[in-house]
Design a protein around this ligand. Structure first.
Ligand code: PLP
Length: 406
């Protein structure tokens, strides 16, 4: 049996992955979303567009990103061999540039003047501001005040490449509040602006579009891994915030039954409400930000506060395709805590000389744990979604003493 849950069959025309996804927005926004879906469906198979994007991936982003065999790390844990797909080496430092270039090119082709978005860790903001500068569009980035302080270098980067960074002071002053603020700004003028969503979330067609742009990660990895090892990886591991780097790696392997797939959510400080963002692990289906998916909600359907040491992972919902992949048990969703992620952050830095993003460190933490349970003829391919440069000041400040760097 070959399951293909990738670009070909999912979602259906109205954006459903099983019961998840869809589009729950006011009528005037639905009209604009229909236009975006139509424009996207036209260009996605257009040879010109495909060539333009492929050449940007190569010459601007630096693709294909390499696959690196982490020999020392694997040896240290004494089990399966651990490999990294090095999305951290992309221009702007993470996987997000893959979909931002796609969204910016689409906006340009649709005649939009401005792209707007929210950002958590600042990685989506930086990638989008960069793509906007390159394509020649204005760019407004909404960011929670807490994240602005935590991710200061990224704020400066966005401003240097010409974006406006708009601080959001409501609520917990983090990612969810930034999404709310950006969405309100979008409602005011959906005609000349395009809301470039930062993950595989939001109403249709965004979960599909962002997945399609990110699927380059798994497509490349499949070929590279075969070339390096002669076969496919036995296991895939990726961290899950909204779920874009994970689905980007997973899509090319969903039909390969022998490949076990793990998505790693942040269990933060504990599994108590407000101290984690383990949406698939502890959530229930509900509608937030225009789509139906697992979500962390109170009894009235309001999103619960979320937290993770990794700003890019603290979101109370998750991409709808992940909800389906959980229900049909194609992907296993697990957790890593702040502490496990921090340990992995320092371990990968010290053993291999690679400083991972705190988000990616959650995937590294679970991969090393998994490796120890497996024989050394088994392999694990981890999506190293981003580099940790953005996190070093915060980590040194907050945890430096414990890890002997202060
Ligand atoms: C934003 C971000 C994430 C989380 O977003 P996903 O959509 O779940 O991939 C993970 N890693 C890095 C480096 C990020 O910047």
């Amino acid at each position: 049996m070959s399951m293909n849950l990738g670009s070909v069959e999912m979602p259906d025309k109205t954006g459903y992955f099983g019961e998840y996804g869809g589009s729950f927005v006011p009528p005037q926004i639905q009209q604009v979303l229909d236009e975006i879906a139509e424009a996207y469906n036209k260009i996605k198979d257009d040879e010109c567009f495909k060539e333009e994007l492929a050449s940007l991936y190569k010459d601007y982003v630096g693709r294909p990103s390499p696959i690196f065999y982490a020999k020392s790390l694997s040896k240290k844990h004494g089990g399966a061999r651990i490999y990294f797909k090095r999305e951290d080496l992309n221009h702007t430092g993470a996987h997000k540039i893959n979909h931002c270039l796609g969204e910016a090119l689409l906006a340009k082709k649709m005649g939009k003047k401005k792209i707007i978005a929210e950002t958590g860790a600042g990685q989506h903001g930086v990638a989008l501001a960069t793509a906007a500068a390159f394509v020649g569009l204005e760019c407004d980035i909404y960011m929670g005040e807490v994240d602005i302080v935590k991710q200061h270098p990224n704020v400066i980067r966005m401003k240097i490449v010409g974006a406006d960074v708009i601080p959001v002071s409501r609520g917990t002053k983090t990612l969810k509040d930034a999404v709310d603020a950006a969405f309100e700004a979008y409602l005011e003028d959906p005609v000349t602006q395009l809301y470039a969503i930062g993950s595989v979330v939001g109403p249709h067609p965004f979960p599909m579009m962002v997945r399609d742009f990110q699927s380059i990660v798994g497509t490349e990895a499949r070929g590279q891994f075969k070339e390096i090892t002669g076969g496919l990886p036995d296991n895939l591991v990726a961290c899950v915030g909204g779920g874009s780097n994970a689905i980007g790696l997973f899509t090319a392997f969903l039909g390969d039954e022998d490949v076990a797939i793990y998505g790693v959510e942040p269990s933060g400080l504990s599994l108590k409400d407000g101290e984690h963002a383990a949406t698939l692990t502890l959530g229930t289906p509900g509608i937030l930000h225009g789509f139906n998916s697992y979500m962390l909600q109170d009894k009235d359907g309001e999103p619960l506060p979320v937290y993770s040491v990794a700003s890019g992972l603290d979101y109370p919902s998750v991409g709808p395709q992940h909800s389906l992949l959980k229900d049909i048990k194609r992907v296993t969703y697990v957790t890593a805590s702040d502490r496990e992620a921090l340990d992995a952050f320092f371990e990968l830095s010290r053993v291999e000389g690679i400083i991972p993003a705190l988000e990616s460190a959650h995937a590294v933490a679970y991969a090393t744990k998994l490796a120890r349970t497996l024989d050394n003829d088994k392999t694990i391919l981890v999506n190293l979604s981003g580099r940790g440069d953005k996190d070093i000041d915060y980590v040194a400040e907050t945890y430096g003493r414990e890890y002997g760097i202060k």
